[in-house]
Design a protein around this ligand. Structure first.
Ligand SMILES: *[C@@H]1O[C@H](CO)[C@@H](O)[C@H](O)[C@H]1NC(C)=O
Ligand SMILES: *[C@@H]1O[C@H](CO)[C@@H](O)[C@H](O)[C@H]1NC(C)=O
Ligand SMILES: *[C@@H]1O[C@H](CO)[C@@H](O)[C@H](O)[C@H]1NC(C)=O
Ligand SMILES: *[C@@H]1O[C@H](CO)[C@@H](O)[C@H](O)[C@H]1NC(C)=O
Ligand SMILES: *[C@@H]1O[C@H](CO)[C@@H](O)[C@H](O)[C@H]1NC(C)=O
Ligand SMILES: *[C@@H]1O[C@H](CO)[C@@H](O)[C@H](O)[C@H]1NC(C)=O
Ligand SMILES: *[C@@H]1O[C@H](CO)[C@@H](O)[C@H](O)[C@H]1NC(C)=O
Ligand SMILES: *[C@@H]1O[C@H](CO)[C@@H](O)[C@H](O)[C@H]1NC(C)=O
Ligand SMILES: *[C@@H]1O[C@H](CO)[C@@H](O)[C@H](O)[C@H]1NC(C)=O
Length: 793
């Protein structure tokens, strides 16, 4: 919290001080910038792009171009990532017509390679292109044709152009991932800079002999053209317009090419809420599975393995018994934490090692031996007895592959059929039983894999919310249900100390969400009076009074389909909310977990959520837009009644959200299109999100499922519309007997959902109307095609 405030303070303090040279016109020969505390720089005429120095650490400066009007000043080009400039270095457009970056002693650090002499001036253009121009206005050199890792609208790459990912998120040195528009026209992605491995691509456009140019055009599309200028192949599928959004496409340090948009204009609510959002699918969709090189480490470094997180980003992990080589960069691989097995035949050490099981994990292409083991036991024995064997992969049909150190290309994915048996030295002090250790350690492994994943955190977050308010009502209040509390008289307040005690010093963390961490607590002396205490992560700018007004407005909402806020603490810098406990966890768990809930239960949940939202939008004293309806925010109580959680927090806290974790939401998420369009946000954004939730409830799967075998089924709402349009709604619930036999209702729900996800917010019904549609109280009219997703395919 302190650091956020500090940053804001710093921003306020430094902004007016920085000396920005508005170039407007052109930089004449002799112009220069110095890398010092003055932050001098050259701005484009519109002020949207800046060319100048960025401080990368003590006395280390990066010559770069960045988006000036965006809070994090996103860098789009850099000159000297591999060779940072010391304090006092200078970039100068010298009188002899060269652009030179030199250190304080005049030693040249970087200079562009000009094809012709005669630079007359330089200019930072509004497109983000920095150009060196001749007397006759010919661009002798431009950053657009010497890209680093980013492509901007209007930028074009000719054959031979290479784009290099940076080394890590904050280190602008050249990393190992790159792509190149090859001279033969193929756009090819490589995980190594070794030219000998030119056939080892992890993604390619397959446009050999036809591809000519890669274009990021004015309307925000990235595509390849043929030599005659016709569109050959789209690379991304963005439909967000460039006039209202900043855009960039970048080969990120994890080797994935992603396109992002950021709302322009400091006032728009979407600018505050979203930051950079990903549009279009990443390339490749799953890098963990894409790299198939016979040499090199794969996506994550040697001895590690890669898993796609819930946010569709690759995450690198070390297997049990291994630790990261570099704690600051998870992509650098792992090392063994134990002495390897001795290969001295006189002391085989077989009993010193155990094989830990890792499901759906593999290090393909590294086998040194295959044995026909038939059974897992035989496979285990074969690896244990072999001092070279670091891991054995037991395949589905009796195969057993032995692999040696270093392991490469590790991945874990639902599509992997094999089971990895990884060899780990048993601690010398507890080396009695080898068998026992296995089960426990497997649990730990799975646990730690899960723990580090975003999904699990979300899961946990909602798993426990329990509240018993015993103290401030009559004695029988313990037995009464939370919904019967009359909150009209106000809310209970707690001191920080009380909540500290209730949570045993914030000991048991239940989960983390966008707004803070949730802890389990107990109120009063009864051990069963559980509460969920949410510690708000950021302190908002509003005053004490405003916070309390806001919280009491939330607290006054009283409906059986809303998670009840029971009290709060507002003391100094501490702001905490106390909620009722929900014993059956999140809808996300319930719906996407191992056992599918019944169709009846799903229809009940849909109606519950609709009623809760309808109340929020229309019935309660202050109309509230939730802004974040998704299965993770719907909780289920002991009798599986669905309740909406986190209401009001979006409004209360959105203004202070940082923009880092919001990229997740952009892709095929629950967000209505108006978030991306600078349009006014109304309660219809919740209707849209509810529509997505409804199709997920109908089909019992996530809206976005990149691993779907049939391409048309990757985005559920698209498929749903296709099925509805073809009159084959039954297909959506094919394997669900109960739903199949209730097809009239399935159809009604589908039609309702299609109304909810209309691109035009005014076409979407109100939540009240939706409640009636779901209940069958009104006839659902024939929904039109929700054009937004049709055009974004
Ligand atoms: C220059 O920018 C750095 C951080 O980017 C900041 O710490 C420093 O105060 C700024 N200096 C001036 C004079 O604006
Ligand atoms: C700057 O250079 C551009 C060409 O690069 C030219 O069109 C423009 O007139 C020049 N502006 C000034 C103020 O010299
Ligand atoms: C400059 O570019 C030319 C032609 O592209 C190339 O042959 C030469 O090696 C380059 N020089 C440097 C120092 O990069
Ligand atoms: C970036 O990474 C490279 C390669 O590991 C390293 O040599 C360099 O010091 C790093 N730069 C910074 C600023 O940390
Ligand atoms: C950009 O490309 C898309 C797809 O080819 C096309 O529909 C659009 O008209 C293009 N925009 C411009 C300004 O050329
Ligand atoms: C342009 O080139 C592409 C591929 O080379 C070809 O398929 C297409 O027919 C050509 N179009 C025209 C108008 O020449
Ligand atoms: C932003 O807000 C300020 C003051 O609230 C207003 O003067 C300005 O016109 C607004 N800008 C936009 C782009 O809406
Ligand atoms: C397993 O069996 C399937 C067919 O039964 C076969 O296609 C596959 O190659 C086998 N896998 C291995 C590793 O032998
Ligand atoms: C276990 O190993 C450590 C270091 O490998 C060693 O210091 C220790 O003495 C060993 N303990 C036993 C009981 O052998």
């Amino acid at each position: 919290m302190a650091s956020v405030m500090l940053r804001i303070l710093l921003l306020l303090v430094t902004l007016p001080l920085s000396a920005k040279a508005q170039t407007n016109g052109n930089l004449t020969l002799g112009s220069s910038l110095t890398a010092d505390e003055q932050n001098s720089s050259w701005l484009s005429p519109s002020g949207e792009f800046t060319f100048g120095f960025r401080k990368m650490g003590q006395g280390a400066h990066l010559l770069a171009i960045w988006f000036e009007k965006i809070e994090d000043k996103t860098i789009v080009w850099s000159a000297n990532g591999d060779n940072l400039a010391p304090e006092g270095s200078k970039i100068q457009l010298s009188t002899d017509s060269r652009l030179v970056l030199a250190d304080p002693n005049g030693r040249e650090l970087w200079s562009p390679n000009l094809t012709a002499a005669g630079v007359a001036h330089a200019a930072m253009l509004d497109t983000g292109n920095f150009v060196l121009v001749s007397q006759n206005y010919v661009h002798l050199w431009e950053t657009f044709s010497q890209p680093t890792d980013t492509m901007l609208p209007t930028q074009q790459f000719d054959q031979g152009t290479k784009v290099n990912a940076r080394y890590s998120k904050m280190n602008y040195s050249t990393g190992r991932f790159h792509f190149k528009l090859e001279n033969d026209g193929n756009l090819a992605f490589y995980a190594t800079s070794d030219p000998w491995l030119a056939s080892d691509t992890y993604w390619a456009s397959n446009t050999k002999d036809s591809g000519f140019r890669l274009i990021f055009n004015q309307t925000g599309q990235v595509y390849l053209t043929a030599r005659n200028g016709t569109l050959l192949k789209p690379v991304t599928s963005n439909t967000v317009p460039t006039n209202e959004f900043y855009q960039r496409a970048i080969l990120e340090y994890d080797g994935v090419f992603r396109q992002y948009v950021h709302p322009k204009g400091e006032n728009s609510s979407s600018a505050l809420a979203l930051g950079w959002s990903m549009v279009s699918s990443p390339i490749p969709p799953n890098i963990c599975e894409s790299i198939r090189q016979t040499t090199g480490s794969g996506a994550c470094g040697f001895n590690s393995y890669c898993a796609l997180g819930d946010d569709q980003r690759p995450q690198c992990h070390c297997p049990p018994g291994y630790t990261p080589l570099d704690s600051t960069n998870e992509m650098n691989g792992c090392r063994q934490d134990f002495l390897p097995q001795s290969c001295d035949g006189s002391r085989p050490e077989t009993d010193q090692f155990a094989l830990h099981e890792m499901l759906r994990t593999n290090w393909p292409l590294n086998d040194y031996e295959r044995t026909a083991a038939q059974t897992e036991d035989r496979c285990r024995e074969a690896c244990s007895a072999d001092c070279f064997c670091a891991v054995a992969i037991f395949g589905g049909n009796g195969s057993c592959y032995k692999k040696k150190i270093p392991l490469s290309n590790g991945r874990t994915d639902p599509s992997e059929v094999g089971k990895a048996l990884i060899k780990v030295r048993i601690k010398n002090s507890t080396s009695k039983s080898t068998g026992d250790g296995n089960k426990n350690s497997t649990l730990i492994i799975i646990g730690s894999v899960l723990l580090s994943s975003f999904v699990f955190v979300n899961l946990l977050l909602l798993l426990i919310t329990y509240l018993i308010y015993r103290s401030f009502r009559s004695k029988d209040s313990k037995l009464s249900r939370p919904v019967q509390i009359n909150q009209a008289t106000g809310m209970q307040t707690f001191t920080y100390q009380e909540l500290q005690k209730a949570t045993d010093e914030f000991k048991e963390e239940l989960g983390r969400g966008a707004f803070g961490i949730v802890y389990k607590g107990v109120l009063g002396s009864e051990d069963t009076n559980f509460v969920a205490v949410k510690v708000l992560a950021t302190r908002t700018g509003e005053s004490e009074k405003e916070f309390e007004r806001e919280v009491s407005a939330i607290g006054r909402t009283d409906h059986k389909n809303l998670v009840q806020l029971l009290g709060y603490c507002n003391e100094g810098q501490h702001r905490l909310l106390v909620y009722e406990f929900m014993s059956n966890g999140t809808l996300a768990d319930f719906l996407f977990g191992a056992s599918r809930p019944s169709w009846y239960r799903r229809t009940e949940i849909a109606c519950d959520v609709a009623r809760g939202l309808s109340y929020l939008h229309q019935d309660c004293t202050r109309h509230i837009i939730h802004c974040d309806i998704k299965p993770q925010n719907i909780l289920l109580d002991g009798s599986l009644t669905a309740k909406i959680s986190d209401l009001g927090l979006a409004k209360l806290l959105m203004a202070n959200q940082t923009r880092t974790n919001t990229g997740v939401r952009g892709t095929r998420g629950y967000l209505a299109p108006e978030w991306f369009r600078n349009m006014p946000i109304s309660s219809k954004v919740d209707v849209y999100s509810f529509g997505i939730l409804l199709v997920e409830l109908i089909c019992c799967r996530k809206n976005y499922k990149p691993e779907a075998e049939i391409e048309a089924q990757i985005v559920l709402v698209d498929w749903t519309y296709d099925c509805y349009h073809d009159g084959s709604v039954l297909k959506l619930v094919e394997s669900d007997e109960e739903a199949s036999s209730d097809i009239k209702r399935v159809r009604r729900f589908v039609m309702t959902a299609l109304w909810c996800i209309q691109e035009d917010p005014t076409l979407r019904p109100t939540m009240k109307e939706i409640t009636q549609m779901l209940e069958g109280a009104v006839e659902v009219p024939v929904p039109p095609a929700p054009s937004s997703f049709m055009s974004s395919i």
